[in-house]
Write a protein that binds this ligand. Sequence first.
Ligand SMILES: [Zn+2]
Length: 313
Amino acid sequence: MKAARIIPLYCLLLWTSVFAQEGPGTITVEPAEIPQGGIAVVTFTGKEVAGAKVFFGGTEIVPFPMPDGSYAALVGVDLERPPGAVEISVRGRTGAGQQWERRATVSVLTREYPSEAFSVSPSFDQIDAATMKRIKREQAEFDRLWKTRTASRLWDGGFLAPVAVQITSPFGLRRVINSSPRAPHGGVDLKAQLGTEIAAANHGRVALRDDFYFSGKSIVLDHGGGVYTMYFHLSEFRVEKNAEVRKGDIIGLAGMTGRVTGPHLHWGARLNGARVDPMELLKIAGRQEAPPKADQPMAEVGSRPFDEAQGRQ
Ligand SMILES: [Zn+2]
């Protein structure tokens, strides 16, 4: 595989933040310039902020309380979101019933993704009608999950890498097979021998545990608040569906199930429906330390649909 070098443009940028102050509350967004596939933290504070809603370019994001009385929300920027200005707003209501809104504008920056082109025998790439039906059904199952937001936060503190980090295929890699561009790589492939223990990146619930055409034996953990991590191509499951897991728990063993050529772990992450670089989750360590609240009922909120995978996990 000839993957071009990743150009981490965002590394050159200063860690800047937006700080807006109008009316009874303030909103802070860090960083104010977010690369595609990146994550920002929105914090808002002030009187009567409980129950306020956060919107990122129209997508609702679930905020969580911080120990100091403020609220925070993790904003994920999809790897294919067009670059440019995006408005973040926090909307709430005072005790007297008066509506208030705070706004901040952030910039989504282009991230340069590596690409590779190769050819395979056309027969290798052909998918029959029955398989296509299966792929579409499985895709719909994933899409339904991304639209489901558990209102409370289950994750706490920093995120862990599920195995020792050695990236064999980078996030966002664009593949062109037989001159036809495929969906970009929605996660990172981490080196993992057959049978390597896979750890939960944070506390959560096993929202999905099944065998899929592309991703093979797959687990998706719901960490609450619209944060999901996924673990694909496993050889064995070590947890049941709907089980509560703790950070570091072994949830399965690495393998090569699904459409892959060798054993590895595909590790992916979704935030508010957006495909984000899971390695970015590791960087938010230590910034979110509020204790998780008791679980609350599932809430479904609108999110824009994403055309995932299409032959590529
Ligand atoms: Zn992968």
